[in-house]
Design a protein around this ligand. Structure first.
Ligand code: NI
Length: 165
């Protein structure tokens, strides 16, 4: 937090750009960084790259076998009006957790790392991570989404199970 790129609306990728070596390398580096810091997701602005790209754990039951999601130029649409509140942390705001309202279910449209169109629905925790990462490419941090800063806390017993992303 404090780096200007985290507060900027990131640039969309040109579809031809996606298959280039620098972008493929960026994706691999982001997956490695997410894994190293035990994150559930990571957006390019968090590694100071101004591009609309993020990676996230796939959210399937078989987490270890599944490849992480790689979303380029994503669009998300809330489905229904269910809002759920839960703890979030952010790899760019170390050791802080807060309760953030998010849509329970979303529709996602994006390009994958090969530049192919991707469309799916996500619910609950995976939907939360995708909304948090989407905010990163819009220059928004979870602190901005909190209804009240009262729950803002350093890691405690109540929030210790909450991962960062
Ligand atoms: Ni974050």
């Amino acid at each position: 937090m404090g780096h200007p790129v985290l507060r900027k609306k990131a640039r969309a990728l040109d579809r031809r750009e996606i298959r280039t070596l620098p972008i493929q390398q960026l994706i691999d580096d982001m997956i490695e960084t997410m894994t190293e810091y035990h994150g559930a997701g990571l957006a390019a602005p968090q590694v100071h790259v101004d591009l609309r790209v993020f990676v996230a754990l796939s959210g399937t039951d078989d987490e270890h076998a599944a490849e992480p999601l790689v979303l380029m130029n994503p669009e998300i649409t809330p489905l229904g009006s269910d809002i759920v509140e839960d703890w979030e942390g952010c790899l760019s705001i170390p050791d802080i957790r807060g309760i953030v309202p998010r849509a329970r279910e979303i529709a996602v449209r994006a390009l994958d790392r090969k530049g192919e169109r991707l469309e799916f629905r996500a619910q609950d925790f995976p939907a939360r991570v995708i909304q948090h990462e989407y905010d990163h490419i819009e220059g928004v941090l979870f602190l901005d989404r909190m209804r009240s800063l009262e729950s803002l806390a350093f890691l405690t017993a109540a929030s210790s199970g909450a991962p960062a992303f």
